[in-house]
Design a protein around this ligand. Structure first.
Ligand SMILES: [Zn+2]
Ligand SMILES: [Zn+2]
Length: 333
């Protein structure tokens, strides 16, 4: 518990101990009014639960130990049951060798099925992402046919797993999208992202993202800030305004769990959740091994206080397909 931190959390824990005539340090919880490590004065140190309990708190999972509301929640036994990576049934933003990914559709289907997942969306880049070998409309339509064939073979073999069709569509400079609506309407999943024009002003980029979020055929706002940790700063954007727009449009926000991204940042999820925005934990896989990022993503979602109900890709495929359709019908009303 002591070494898990964070510092901010540990400071409050120590204060709570002192208020109760106790001392908490790396050796345990002691009945003492001064610093000690005398084992005869030990009150609790077998389990973390014991220590929290003696300090008047329900157990706080390590991910929430930030002094960001966990003490009040634990006092009132309102720590939520956080999402677990085993809850994830698939992912909705991934690439294949049709754009800049490494694996064929067949290899992806076999691998993800083997992992025990129910579905895996292929959302290759759109035509404006030239360096990423983005697909134009004709190639995307060919890919839809190819995915249909892979799925037919899976069905013929009596397997439950399916690929979903989709695209990671570039958001253009004015906030319009790289494909027309009638093509987007043919896809199971539409993710939208910015890949160019990182130097626009905050107001321009925010408007660009809001306009994309409002498109009725869009399901998911991809890697919201474009940051690459230790490599590239996020572009300037009013994230709260984009979250508000997504809340209004019913657009989901991605937790891109490539460890260089972790975008949207964990600190913003409680706000998004309060606005009713759903999260999709997406590995943005460019090779099959990237499926392992899902576990990291669940960890980051836990830091954002998210439960299974807050995360779209905990749904079974049947329910997910209904939700994907509902998103579009909602807009048509
Ligand atoms: Zn992207
Ligand atoms: Zn991507």
């Amino acid at each position: 518990m002591y070494f898990t931190g964070s510092k901010e959390h540990n400071i409050v824990m120590r204060q709570r101990a002192i208020q109760r005539g106790l001392r908490l340090n790396e050796y345990g919880l002691f009945k003492s009014n001064e610093e000690t490590r005398d084992p005869k004065l030990l009150v609790a140190c077998q389990t973390e639960e014991e220590v929290f309990d003696k300090l008047g708190l329900a157990y706080v999972p390590p991910e929430l130990r930030e002094d960001k509301g966990e003490f009040e929640a634990a006092e009132h036994h309102r720590i939520p049951r956080l999402v677990d990576w085993h809850d994830l049934r698939g992912a909705l933003h991934n690439h294949s060798n049709w754009s800049d990914g490494q694996n064929t559709l067949e290899e992806i289907a076999d691998y993800m099925d083997e992992l025990g997942l129910d579905y895996w969306a292929i959302t290759d880049h759109s035509k404006s992402s030239i360096v990423a070998n983005g697909l134009d409309s004709a190639r995307l339509r060919q890919q839809l046919k190819a995915i249909k064939e892979v799925n037919k073979k899976l069905a013929d073999d009596g397997r439950h797993f399916r690929l979903l069709t989709g695209s990671e569509v570039d958001i253009l400079a004015d906030g319009t999208l790289d494909f027309p609506d009638d093509l987007l309407a043919e896809l199971d999943v539409v993710v939208v992202s910015i890949h160019q024009g990182f130097t626009h002003s905050e107001a321009e980029t925010t408007q660009r993202l809001i306009r994309a979020a409002q498109n009725p055929y869009v399901h998911i706002m991809g890697h919201l800030t474009g940051r690459l940790l230790l490599e590239r700063e996020p572009y300037k954007v009013n994230q709260q305004a984009v979250i508000d727009a997504c809340a209004e449009a019913g657009t989901w926000i991605e937790l891109n769990c490539n460890p260089y991204r972790f975008d949207m940042d964990w600190r913003l999820w409680p706000y998004a959740k309060s606005k009713g925005v759903k999260c999709v934990i997406n590995p943005d896989a460019h090779r099959n091994e990237h499926a392992g990022f899902l576990r990291l993503g669940a960890g980051i979602a836990r830091k954002g206080w998210l439960t299974k109900a807050d995360v779209i890709n905990t749904l079974s495929r049947e329910t997910l397909l209904k939700e994907l359709a509902k998103k579009r019908n909602r807009q048509a009303v």
